[in-house]
Design a protein around this ligand. Structure first.
Ligand code: NAP
Length: 323
């Protein structure tokens, strides 16, 4: 049997947590790269990645990882990407594509681009898929299936390099869209960053309550609170970096949100049932729209395999040898 055709000869992953390990698993399942080399900051994570066997090679340094790689993906917190770009720059192969998976894109472009040599293609990316879990054990090959991956190549990036990375993410099961980095940050501020901020806040507010016991909060959490607790369990380092890096867009959305909360507050105080009913009817339609376009499923824990349901299938490999 011949091997599936590969898009890249050597994929280097810097950082192997939830996202990095999911890329490793999916790329291997799909034969997207000839070989996968991985590195992580701590010896514990490197050891665990070697034990899991999800990369062909685990190396100790960023420079050793990128040596000879034609695709390099940084899978580390947003705030660490600038320093790592500086670290790998002298070791990058000419013609390589350098990418990342950070949840904020404007700051990634500002932090990484100045360090990268002109001989490489810089194509930032954000797979809009995840769970509240971290580390190499948390990843799974199907994480990106039917989720969006947004690419934000700076102006002047070689279209062929962008197309190839689009093909890579499609092979991993994602739908791909390309947009400007600042626009990405505005869109994600309302669809992802603000919801996380609200979840972190509401869980904190509940914890501070004196009149409702902790056991009551846990016992009656199915009333809506439980869904917030899942989001509020997301990695603190990652989310600290997201809010620091996307400050302006998040503050803009927070301002609008506060105005809307004030309007609802007024409606409740005045007993204005019509205003409440009208708003809740409109928001119900938004939920229906999300389900209709397949961006949520019957599984309560969206974005990760449900124990009672079959895993979402990966798409057929790039050029399978089935015939
Ligand atoms: P994770 O599971 O916590 O893994 C993070 C990885 O980055 C680990 O390998 C860690 O190394 C390494 N790391 C942490 N701090 C570092 C530093 N200062 N310098 C170098 N390496 C460092 O995180 P993740 O969920 O995969 O997130 C990684 C990236 O994906 C973030 O930029 C995040 O914004 C983005 N993202 C996350 C999600 C999500 O839902 N989780 C979704 C889309 C995009 P050690 O293990 O050795 O400490």
């Amino acid at each position: 049997m011949s091997k599936p055709a590969t898009l890249y000869n050597r994929l280097a992953l810097i950082g192997v947590g939830l996202i990095g390990s999911s890329i490793a698993r999916a790329a291997r399942a799909q034969g997207a790269a000839g070989s996968i080399v991985a590195t992580a900051r701590s010896p514990q994570t490197r050891r665990r990645v070697a034990e899991l066997g999800i990369a062909d090679q685990v190396v100790e340094s960023n420079s050793a990882a990128v040596e000879g790689a034609d695709l390099v993906i940084l899978c580390i917190p947003v705030g660490a990407c600038g320093a790592v770009a500086k670290d790998i720059a002298p070791h990058l192969a000419a013609g390589a594509t350098v990418s990342d998976v950070g949840s904020v894109k404007g700051s990634i472009v500002r932090d990484m681009a100045p360090h990268l040599p002109k001989t490489v293609h810089f194509v930032p990316a954000h797979p809009v898929a995840g769970t509240e879990y971290s580390g190499p054990d948390a990843g799974f090959a199907e994480l990106f299936v039917n989720r969006w991956c947004i690419l934000t190549p700076p102006k002047g990036t070689d279209p062929k390099a962008v197309e190839k990375l689009v093909a890579f993410w499609r092979l991993l099961g994602a739908n791909v869209e390309t947009m400007d980095a600042d626009h990405h940050d505005l869109v994600l501020a309302i669809t992802s960053h603000l919801p996380h901020l609200i979840a972190y806040t509401i869980v904190h507010t509940a914890e501070e309550l004196q009149s409702v016991t902790r056991s009551e909060v846990l016992k009656f959490s199915a009333g809506g609170f439980r869904d917030f607790t899942r989001i509020a369990a997301s990695d603190p380092t990652m989310w600290r970096d997201v809010f620091l890096a996307n400050k302006d867009a998040v503050l803009e959305m927070l301002g609008r949100f506060n105005e809307d909360v004030s309007l609802l507050t007024k409606a409740i105080r005045r007993g204005d049932g019509d205003a409440l009913f009208e708003q809740f009817t409109r928001t119900r339609a938004i939920r229906k729209g999300i389900v209709d376009i397949g961006q949520d499923s019957a599984t309560p824990d969206f974005g990760r395999p449900h124990p009672d349901l079959p895993h979402t299938a990966l798409p057929k490999p790039y050029a399978s040898d089935e015939n």
